[in-house]
Design a protein around this ligand. Sequence first.
Ligand code: ATP
Length: 301
Amino acid sequence: MSAFAPDGAPDRAALASPTTMLTLQDITVRFGGIVALDSVGLEVRPSEVHGVIGPNGAGKTTLFNVACGFVQPSSGTITWKGEQLNGLRPHHLARHGIARTLQGLGLFDGISVLENVMVGADRHGRAGFWSGLLAIPRSTGDEKALRERSLDVLCELDIEGYADRSPASLPYPIRKRVALARALVSEPELLLLDEPASGLSESEMAELGDIILGLSDRVSVMLVEHHMDLVMRVCSRITVLDFGRVIARGTPDEVREDPAVLAAYLGNEVTHDDGGIDDDADDRDPNRSLDRDDANGDRRA
Ligand SMILES: Nc1ncnc2c1ncn2[C@@H]1O[C@H](COP(=O)(O)OP(=O)(O)OP(=O)(O)O)[C@@H](O)[C@H]1O
């Protein structure tokens, strides 16, 4: 069931449905005179990995930031499990069972990897890690459980060997896993991932794909990502943006063959022999980054 009728009007029954976790509806974002998002809709269902793709400047990061509460939409609604969230802010996410990783990993270099992961768990800890650091007595049992859970997540991501290290001493791909572990330790129902594959090698990206697929039986994922091979492999559904608008949504196969999507990614020049979208379409288009200025010209409200 979709929350969006074919004409783009809201489908109230679908919105209220427990089959939808996160619904972004008619989201418009203006930065000064620029319309970064224009009536964008997206729904993330339980246990699905939902991809958000689009060329440079399409509005992906802005949409991610709306879902995180970093950016307040000019209009539109955010609904979480049937409840409308007004004035969502980043520090509200944990209480709703939503976690995120960002492109800037935001790890604390002055504490260990394990402690960084423990910081992510405020949703469950009664007294919390920081009060543990301050030696508030009631937190002792909580902190032990939290430490064990954090170690379990490090084991799951195969980085338990780095638990006592400072993040600053670790290679970037390991730091990325630490950031993911910190998001997962709160046992979120929805994980928001912003370009998790950036800076990873092909093999590291394949491992990341395995991790994301392994998570999808217990957490829904909204994945903003440039690397098309990863998106096509792990996502059950994809929303495609261009110039701040949704130009396609559907399964990877549907999106891959959508003429509007192919055109947005520069058409046949950057498609594979099988008609698929090239993984590095943006990289091969020296003019694409210039399109942002062009796009802004078209987007002025
Ligand atoms: N803070 C801001 N102030 C003004 N304009 C902005 C701001 N953030 C984004 N924009 C504009 O909004 C549009 C969408 O940008 P956004 O970063 O969301 O796109 P994107 O799809 O994430 O791009 P990329 O793939 O290059 O990261 C662009 O035209 C961008 O220039």
